[in-house]
Write a protein that binds this ligand. Sequence first.
Ligand SMILES: Nc1ncnc2c1ncn2[C@@H]1O[C@H](COP(=O)(O)O)[C@@H](O)[C@H]1OP(=O)(O)O
Ligand SMILES: [Mg+2]
Ligand SMILES: [Mg+2]
Ligand SMILES: [Mg+2]
Length: 403
Amino acid sequence: MAIMALNPLARVPKPHLHFSLSIPHRSSSSSSFSPQSILNPSRRRRAASFMASASLYHKELAAAKKAASLAARLCQTVQKAILVSDVQSKADKSPVTVADYGSQAVVSLVLKMELPSESFSLVAEEDSGDLCNDGGQDTLKRITKLVNDTLSMDGTYNITVSEEDVLAAIDSGKSEGGPSGQHWVLDPIDGTKGFLRGDQYAIALALLDEGKVVLGVLACPNLPLGSIGNPDKDASQNQTGCLFSAKIGCGTDMQLLNGSTPNRIHVTTIENPADASIFESYEAAHSQHDLSSSIAQKLGVRAPPVRIDSQAKYGALARGDGAIYLRFPRPGYREKIWDHAAGCIVVSGGVATDAAGNDLDFSKGRYLDLDTGIVVTNKKLMPSLLNAVQDALKEKIQNAALL
Ligand SMILES: Nc1ncnc2c1ncn2[C@@H]1O[C@H](COP(=O)(O)O)[C@@H](O)[C@H]1OP(=O)(O)O
Ligand SMILES: [Mg+2]
Ligand SMILES: [Mg+2]
Ligand SMILES: [Mg+2]
């Protein structure tokens, strides 16, 4: 049991409630003694709500951690020795690899096996279309082997999946999501370009309940345990592979992907924007870096921006490596829910909004409808950040009109 609690790949444990109340001394002669009977109504309500939130989504979070950790193993196997034939281009010209497909299949299969009694809806990035075309057969064989090797590595699943099973597992991610019921939201590899470069990427998995993100997990196989924004030279820099997990109202934990005790993490508490450091996309095509520079200048930020791929930025922000995440895609780009759902809940002590300060709305289906961009920071810095964002956007429009 002790090992199971430390290892995200262990069998999903039953909920444990660590619940203690100070109970006044009662004479042992009392025959009707019970803690509930001596609590006043408001303490009883608080106790009940504590117990409810501790157990709510407990088994779903454990299943999500296990699914994302196993998918991360598959991705690491592929990244170590990637073949030219492992990479393809999608219709929108973005890359997709056997690891994206394999990760999606593993997460879908593991969630179904770990939560057999729950109805299953998954909103995920990939589909099997290109694998079913001419020439897709060899790729599908390779993915199926990767999936079977990964499931058998775990040691708790006694199954072998067929190519058809893999196609079905990938295509179970076609749900439209929406405002009612529960939906899993998955980016099997967020930051595929980072993955191909050997840099940062994340397996990002979240659960929506009635349109709200209620839990999220980010597996970041290449993220160092120590701070990425301000690396010091301690041994934690040599350890890589972080698993972030968060449940609504319960804060965020981080542990090593290969198993360690989860530690509670917190966003930075800095209040002076000049002390902030800014995270943004590594890929210039994914976010307008000129806007970030202009915002940084208005805030008086001294440090140069830190460019990182994927939702690893949200994880790094959640533990205070940096203070601000700025994301301004080119006009016309539509943000997808799987690119932000897990990240937003993982950065639980902070706030994520669009450029106008509106909360992100995950209840509208596969896309996020939002104003211009996404900004994330702590609660103290958000008002000055939003002012700087509005000024920078206005200035950019005025400058464009002058040209
Ligand atoms: N043209 C684009 N503009 C903005 N984001 C994009 C674009 N193309 C892909 N993405 C997605 O942006 C995210 C990477 O963000 P970042 O640039 O912050 O690393 C990924 O989710 C990536 O998808 P994918 O999941 O396929 O890698
Ligand atoms: Mg992609
Ligand atoms: Mg993505
Ligand atoms: Mg992806």
